[in-house]
Design a protein around this ligand. Sequence first.
Ligand code: FE2
Ligand code: FE2
Length: 278
Amino acid sequence: MLFETEQEVLAWYEKEERVLTPKFISEIPWHEISQHPLNPEFIPTLLYMRDVEKFTEIYYQELLQTPTVKDPAVRQFIDRWSMEEPVHGELLNRFLNEAGHSTSDTWYEEAKRKIPKSNFIIRPLSTIIARTVGKKFAAVHMTWGAIQEFSTLNGYQRLWEQAKHPVLEYILRAIAREEARHSFFYWSVARIKLLKSNFRQALTRFLVKKFWTPVGQGLKRASETNQVIRALFQGEEGVRFMDQRVNRQLESLPGMAGLKIVTERVAHIALKHTPSSF
Ligand SMILES: [Fe+2]
Ligand SMILES: [Fe+2]
C-alpha cells in the first residue's frame, strides 16, 4: 500500500483502532504469568524496553519544539503515538511484577534520574539543528522514526521467540500490532517527504548516517543498548534478521539504498568477527 499524501497516511492510521484497549488489557491472563518460568537473562531487556517506551514522553516534548509538528498529519499522528507508547511500558512493568520481578512505584522517576548527563547536551543540539533546517527536517525525523519503530517491532518478536513465555508472547504480539502501524506510518510519510526533493534525500542520508543510534540510546547508556542487542540478535543469524527486517525497510526509502547503518551496528555488537557480507 503506497500513499500519495501525508493526509492519506493519516486517514489510514486513524481508521485503525487501538489494539490495547482497557478491555483487552483487563482480559490478559495476568494470573497465569507466574505459572510459567521466565529466564532471568531476559529481565534487563524487559526493563530497557519498559523504560524506553515510557521515555516516549520525553521524545514527544522534544518533537513539539521542532518544525516537524507543523505538518498537521504528523502532529495528529504523534499526539496519538505519544499516548500509545507509554501504555506498552506500563504493560511490561506489570508483566515483570506478575513474573516475580517486583519494581518500585516510582520506577519511572528512577529511570529518568539515570538518564546520562551527556543527553542533556546532545538532545537540545539536535533540536537546534532541526529548527535551522526547518520543514525539510521532517524527512529526517520520519526516516529515523521508521528505523526505530521497525527495530522495536522486530525486537519484540525476537524476545517472544526466545523467552518462550506464553503470556509474554500474548502481550508482545498485541504491542507489536501497534508497533507495526507506527512503523508503516513513519515509513509511508518518510517516503512521501523524501520523494519531494533530492536535497531532502541527501540531507536525510547524511544525518542518519552520521547521527543514528539504536532505540533508547542516549536516554540509556550505550553499554545497556549493546546488552539488549547482544541478547536479542546474537550471531550471524541475528544480524541477518535485522538486516532483512529493518535495514531493508530503510533501504527501500528514496535515496537510502546501500545505507547499512542498522546492520553494521548490530554486526559490530552481536558478532565477534566482522561479517563477510549481508
Ligand atoms: Fe511501543
Ligand atoms: Fe511504536
